[in-house]
Design a protein around this ligand. Structure first.
Ligand SMILES: [Zn+2]
Length: 111
């Protein structure tokens, strides 16, 4: 094995006898490039949950808000980066949608 750094020919050595450079064929300790917690870069569930939450704010908050909230929690379990946003949107949709619905209902039916 020829040292790539200084060109010294080393026979079966892990390190160059001349400059101490680690040789390519040596059983070097390679650090895993994999992160400890693999981050899920996908936001597919969160995106659907946010859309459902947005729909729920205007239309059937019980149905769409709850669906968005549940999907947000599922997205959280899958470690999606936007899951927290989806959960917040779901809660806002559920609560805000019901308040809006009550206001609209009161205005419409004159309660
Ligand atoms: Zn060398």
């Amino acid at each position: 094995m020829t040292c790539p750094k200084c060109g010294t020919n080393n026979q079966g050595a892990a390190f160059c006898s001349s400059c101490g450079n680690a040789l390519a064929a040596a059983p070097t300790q390679t650090y895993s490039a994999r992160p400890a917690m693999p981050a899920n870069s996908s936001n597919s569930l969160s995106t659907v949950a946010i859309v459902l939450g947005a729909v729920g704010l205007l239309f059937l908050p019980i149905v769409f808000g709850t669906a968005g909230l549940v999907l947000g929690i599922v997205a959280k379990s899958k470690q999606e980066p936007r899951a927290n946003i989806a959960i917040v949107v779901g809660i806002v949709s559920l609560v805000g949608g019901m308040i809006l619905g009550a206001i609209v209902g009161a205005a419409t039916f004159g309660f």
